[in-house]
Design a protein around this ligand. Structure first.
Ligand code: NZQ
Ligand code: ZN
Length: 393
């Protein structure tokens, strides 16, 4: 077992009508003015933004609004948000939406509180020294940003998608009502389920993994997401299934499923960020398109981990042949991805890419990762290109 720090300062307010408590929760933060930050249309259409405004009005809290966050959130809106917060004297940001809105809120928070050019924090120039406090009303179970310390922004000039990691941005509270996720298109629900699985898989497939308790939590989480994703395919308004997946989404990326396991791999994430950054595909679908290729590429480095996953999560029978069973587990989760209408290759993702396109992505990924990524197998630019090529079918 490796040493670890586990830091989860986010208060979770979970359940039916939880969003009614938003005024009270913001009030506790003793702030003067709130930025309500949201996405395209869904939160307006459902009446959620109006309900949040009423709750803040009831608590006598002043606010301004900024909508328009798109999936793979853009730096240009972050700059706009920073300017608006400065002009209006905003000292708290309420993100109403999913990972894209929350990440945009975090980047605005860094920009306002740390000063200078916010892109510096994504461009390795500076580390943020402060962040405005953030609260979340979550509308999609996926990225886990509501409890995570990470923030991913796309710079539209050159489609550079980069992350910034700091505990400063962990939200103060996350309001989670599973009912709010019932309006999601089936595709987004599935993308979310893949992303949730992957946040734990990235922590599970590491060379360290020898902490039985953490493995048990991780395996239970993965089985829960798979079982409930299947339920939602048939019954998208099943409250309990929505609730299981929503809670799994937060626990999968707040650090819990990596405690003592020696850290992270996260290579599939780094490689996927090139697909969603360059071609604006949904992050979860991009992960599903790449994972099988990555898994076969690194399998020989940690076959026991893949065997454990196959037998304990995917229900494969135990056998003497570790590698064959490990491969069976990889095939089984690819079958599951197909079952929930997720792609298992770049072509199935809907992209028609030539070798030059793949080489550009591998180059950019190597720059973003400053040369290499992954721990199951350390991957360099040539490996990244091999994985893109392998998945381009
Ligand atoms: O913009 P609206 O109209 O709200 O539509 C959104 C968007 O089109 C829609 N949606 C959200 N809630 C809805 C809804 N539609 C109907 N009903 C609802 N209740 O769903 C679409 C996707 O939303 P988005 O916020 O983009 O999804 P997600 O939560 O998957 O976030 C993806 C982003 O998070 C990043 C990804 O790279 C990507 O940019 N990630 C952030 C992480 C973090 N900060 O910790 C970790 C992840 O690994 C990930 O990289
Ligand atoms: Zn992710």
């Amino acid at each position: 077992m490796f040493d670890f720090n586990y830091y989860t300062p986010t208060e979770v307010i979970f359940g039916k009508n939880a969003e009614e408590q938003v005024g009270k929760s913001v009030k506790k933060q003793s702030c003067k003015k709130v930025l309500i930050h949201y996405g395209g249309n869904s939160a307006l259409r459902s009446g959620l933004i109006d309900r949040i405004k009423s709750s803040l009005d009831d608590a006598s809290i002043e606010y301004v609004l900024l909508g328009g966050v798109v999936p793979n959130p853009r730096l240009s809106l972050v700059y706009e948000g920073i300017e608006l917060c400065r002009k209006e004297g905003v000292d708290f940001i309420l993100a109403v939406g999913g990972g894209s809105v929350i990440d945009s809120a975090k980047a605005i928070g860094y920009g306002v509180a740390s000063g200078g050019d916010a892109w510096d924090f994504f461009n390795f120039k500076r580390k943020p020294s402060a962040c405005l406090p953030i609260g979340v009303v979550l509308t999609i179970a996926a990225a886990g940003s509501e409890m995570s310390n990470s923030c991913v922004i796309t710079n539209g000039d050159g489609q550079i998608k980069r992350g910034c990691t700091s505990d400063l941005s962990r939200p103060r509270f996350a309001i989670m009502n599973p009912e709010l996720t019932m309006t999601l298109p089936a595709y987004q629900t599935s993308c979310g389920c893949v992303d949730i699985l992957m946040h734990t898989m990235e922590r599970y497939f590491t060379p360290g993994g020898n902490m039985e308790l953490t493995d048990g939590i991780a395996e239970a989480l993965m089985r829960t997401v798979i079982n409930n994703a299947r339920i939602l395919m048939k019954d998208p308004t099943n409250y309990n299934a929505r609730a299981e997946i929503m809670w799994a989404g937060s626990l999968s990326h707040n650090g819990l499923t990596g405690c003592g396991n020696g850290g992270n791999d996260f290579a599939t994430h780094r490689i996927e960020h090139e697909l969603s950054g360059n071609y604006d595909v949904a992050h979860g679908a991009g992960l599903a398109a790449l994972w099988g290729t990555w898994a076969r590429y690194v399998l020989d480095n940690i076959p026991e981990r893949f065997y454990k996953f196959a037998t304990r999560v995917m229900g494969c029978a135990e056998s003497e042949d570790i590698k064959a069973t490990a491969l069976e587990g990889i095939c089984a989760i690819e079958d599951f991805f197909r079952e929930i209408n997720m792609p298992t290759s770049i072509k199935e993702l809907g992209l028609d890419l030539c070798d030059d396109d793949l080489a550009v992505m591998a180059r950019k990924c190597a720059i973003t990762t400053r040369g290499h990524t992954g721990s199951a197998k350390v991957l360099y630019e040539a490996d990244m290109l091999n994985i893109f090529r392998g998945a381009n079918k």
